[in-house]
Design a protein around this ligand. Sequence first.
Ligand code: NCD
Length: 322
Amino acid sequence: MPRRAAKQAPSRDLLGLQGMPAEELRAYLIAARTLAAKETIKPMLGNAVLANLFFEDSTRTRTSFTIAAAKLGARCVDLNGASSSVNKGESLADTARNIEAMGVRAMIVRASQSGAAALVAEAVACPVINAGDGRHEHPTQGLLDTYTIAESCGRTKNFDLGGLRVAIVGDVAASRVARSGIAALTTLGATVVCVGPPTFVPGGIASLGVSIERDLDRVLPDVDAIMMLRIQFERTGEAAKGQALVARAPGIASIREYRERYALLPHRSALMKPNAVVLHPGPINRGIELDEAVAEGLRSVILRQVSNGVLVRAAVLARLCM
Ligand code: NCD
């Protein structure tokens, strides 16, 4: 069976944005912008079949890849982790090799273990796209967030984000979305500040090239974009949300207290610059990190993120699968 040695360069896969040069990031973003300008997208991938290997829940990401593939003329087949032979003890690498042997052009992998997509990429010769691996990376989300910020701030000409200030608020420690977003945004010149209690935004996060702030109200007047994150309750192993919150953030007594200090409430949104925008990768825990009125408000570009996600994923598929 073809192994990694058959591959020429690591860029045949998209496993993460950390360490990706600015030129490569721009190439993806410009490809997405080019697709956005087209009335119809050519079915560049002909009749190719792609495999969605999702071992963790997903609504947006899986559907977005499926629609992106369809726009390029390709089809996605879904391998549902919950009903796959991985549950009978088959290794992820064996599963991936079997799916590859059936003749797929690329694999899109989501799993709760960090490094899962890289493991699949080692096992197969076709391109592998990481659709979220544990707390590690979610590169297409990072690209679509960066695209949406550039679009909202009038920076899609060359995707130079110099001078822009972006806040990422909440459970950064558990967030693969934050890790990928930070990598792309800082490489393209934006300044990123992470905001939250120490257990959600530990001091070590500064090594990613961001600054850290505990007081949300202080950063709001200076930012051009703010990304609110969901508390990743499922990554604590605790069933009840309140218990999980206290377990993960012992300095916070309850969801109500978290909300008071870190939620983007209407009076906080009013402190932001007139043109500053609000992002959220979804799914939103409404009433916890984000209020209904703000999620639906004029600053919200949350549905733009979803629309741009299809373009960015189509750009990634076209670039890696042609
Ligand atoms: C995120 C994910 O799954 O990593 N969602 C997404 O892909 N749109 C964020 C989350 O689950 O909170």
